[in-house]
Design a protein around this ligand. Structure first.
Ligand SMILES: Cc1cc2nc3c(=O)[nH]c(=O)nc-3n(C[C@H](O)[C@H](O)[C@H](O)COP(=O)(O)OP(=O)(O)OC[C@H]3O[C@@H](n4cnc5c(N)ncnc54)[C@H](O)[C@@H]3O)c2cc1C
Length: 282
């Protein structure tokens, strides 16, 4: 492992300028919980740009309509402790709460969880199900993109070397809608997900969104759920329909944590559990 140069800019503009001027391999640092592991595994970085000194990245913002903007350096602990996030986006709080340990959550950020692009990253399924966008800044300006499509493969994103993710934006949930996150793991306590999943349900329109993780190279937002919840269908029937629509999209692998077959079964189980939870009495 080697870091040739380390820099702590105090504005996003400075961070972008550093990245675009630097020759060689650059990397961004927020909490460093994934970065520390990859440096120990031998990753070499010519310029490490630490974003933690940039004040505007340490903010949570709400629009009048209820849209949430999470600055890139907000930690998972800060997400867990936000009452308005817990009330409006329980799926996000529930996912943040299971990441690592308290110590990890005091450092780790949602942005780092997204940009690390692990198939089992816990905060990605809720953000996909909630229709999140990411704000990206580069020397030419700022733009927003849907999170769906940002992660292209295991540990790969669309981000270019001169770009910084400055915020994650979660649109307001439709009034009366519900959202939840669930995961299956081997151990009680700290472990990575065998399967994780998040869903939203709007009782008025009977619309479901569902995203699953740890069962494909990237977390997946499941398409074509329009008729998953016909009028009069019971939660168990809807759970079966969600599972039927989800299983053709996943491609789980056998690894030290579980077999592909077990992951398939657990994906179907989470579909049924989420339908029961979201369609049951609040
Ligand atoms: C012991 C342990 C247990 C863990 N358990 C879990 C778990 O249960 N569930 C889970 O999902 N994860 C888990 N993780 C992984 C990790 O904690 C999360 O992925 C964390 O959210 C990463 O955030 P960070 O701020 O530490 O990212 P960093 O390590 O700082 O960065 C991660 C990656 O994102 C890039 N990056 C960071 N910020 C930006 C930015 N603003 N713009 C562009 N790129 C950026 C970095 O360059 C790097 O490639 C665990 C890690 C450890 C060490």
């Amino acid at each position: 492992m080697a870091i040739s140069r380390y820099s702590r800019p105090t504005s996003v503009a400075q961070a972008c300028a550093l990245l675009s001027d630097a020759p060689g391999r650059t990397a961004l640092l927020t909490g460093g919980t994934d970065m520390a592991v990859s440096l120990r595994s031998g990753r070499d970085v010519d310029l490490m740009v630490d974003l933690k000194r940039i004040p505007e990245l340490h903010t949570l913002g709400w629009s009048d309509e209820g849209e949430l903007t999470i600055g890139a350096c907000m930690t998972l602990r800060e997400i867990c402790e936000s009452t308005p996030i817990r009330e409006r986006f329980p799926a996000l709080t529930e996912a943040a709460e299971v990441v690592g340990s308290y110590q990890i959550r005091c450092r780790a950020t949602i942005t780092g969880n997204l940009c690390n692009a692990s198939p089992c990253a816990d905060t990605i399924p809720p953000l996909l199900a909630l229709g999140a966008r990411i704000r990206i800044t580069d020397p030419s300006g700022e733009r927003e993109e849907p999170l769906d499509g940002f992660i292209t493969h295991v540990k790969k994103t669309r981000l270019k070397p001169s770009e910084v993710v400055t915020a994650v934006i979660v649109p307001p949930p439709p009034p009366g809608s519900r959202n939840a996150f669930m995961r299956i793991q081997r151990l009680r306590g700290h472990d990575l997900a065998l399967v994780n999943a998040a869903a939203t349900f709007n009782p008025k329109t009977r619309a479901f969104t569902l995203a699953v993780g740890s069962v494909a190279p990237t977390p997946l937002l499941i398409p074509d759920l329009d008729d998953a919840c016909p009028s009069g269908a019971t939660p168990d029937e809807v759970g079966e329909r969600l599972a039927e629509r989800t299983l053709p999209h996943i491609s789980p692998i056998d690894d030290v944590r579980a077999s592909a077959e077990y992951r398939r079964d657990m994906t179907a189980l989470l579909c049924r559990r989420l339908a029961r939870r979201l369609m049951g009495n609040p």
